[in-house]
Design a protein around this ligand. Structure first.
Ligand code: IPE
Ligand code: IPE
Ligand code: MG
Length: 247
């Protein structure tokens, strides 16, 4: 079985999982947090280098206030509970998105988890919070514009590598595999730039039902894919890397 170096996941279906059981939606989010632990730890065992999880989108701010507040509380609780476990598993915690919009309690918890796990080298876990792919690109363009204004950069310096480096994911490789749960087949504003050549696997089960077996099945499917990056199947490695930023 081939293991992706970078796995990205759109964790979807918590609300439907709960509604089907006549539970409040937040019960689904709570159950979803257990899947996060299961999937992250299985990824670590299997040797995945980077896991990036879509936890809260820029559009999710438009949900009812009670749900947004409950999600923020759950985030703080999750980070407080899980950070020691992450550290003992060698997992470095990271977050991307417009974090300034998050409540202070969440920002503090994020900073703390990042600081405490900073020396871990086994795997990088990134949570996308208040994250939108378009918003991320807009913020990157603003950074670049400011650098030009300050004369630290000239317009001809701007290329795909430079823009990529100014994104929130500047220090992460592009995802090899994207998994979305709950049967929906869309990107929903996740990693628009970075998913250019990622393989995609859509799982029918909701996120709270997604566990080790479903993860392995997705990796098996990934192993059967032939990635071509716009080249021909027989292209030797050298021409692949000459064709652009592929790794
Ligand atoms: C995904 O589950 C988690 C978040 C978006 C925060 P949903 O809350 O979107 O669950 P469904 O899609 O309504 O079932
Ligand atoms: C995407 O799920 C966002 C997260 C998983 C955090 P949504 O449930 O918000 O997306 P749509 O509304 O189905 O596109
Ligand atoms: Mg959803």
């Amino acid at each position: 079985m081939e293991i992706p170096r970078h796995l990205a996941v759109i964790m979807d279906g918590n609300g439907r999982w709960a509604e089907k059981r006549r539970l409040p939606r937040i019960a689904g989010h709570r159950e979803g947090a257990k899947s996060v632990r299961r999937v992250v730890e299985e990824c670590r065992r299997l040797g995945v280098g980077y896991v990036t999880l879509y936890a809260f989108s820029t559009e999710n701010w438009g949900r009812p206030r009670s749900e947004v507040e409950a999600l923020m509380r759950l985030l703080v609780q999750f980070l407080e509970q899980e950070t020691p476990r992450m550290i003992s598993n060698g997992i470095r915690f990271n977050a991307i998105g417009d974090l300034e919009r998050l409540p202070d309690s969440a920002r503090r918890a994020i900073d703390k988890a990042r600081d405490r796990s900073a020396d871990c080298r086994g795997m990088v876990l990134t949570l996308a919070l208040s994250y939108g792919g378009r918003d991320e690109i807009v913020r990157a363009v603003r950074r670049i514009a400011a650098e030009i204004q300050e004369r630290r950069l000239n317009p001809p310096d701007i290329d795909a590598a430079l823009l990529g480096s100014r994104l929130d994911t500047g220090d992460l490789p592009d995802p090899d595999l994207l998994i979305r749960t709950s049967g929906e087949k869309r990107i929903s504003n996740f990693l628009l730039w970075q998913l250019a050549y990622s393989e995609m696997v859509f799982s029918e089960v909701t996120w709270p039902e997604f566990g080790e077996a479903e993860l392995r099945a997705a990796f098996e499917e990934f192993s059967r894919r032939q990635r071509r990056f716009g080249l021909t199947a027989a292209a030797p490695e050298e021409s692949r890397s000459a064709a652009g930023r592929l790794s």
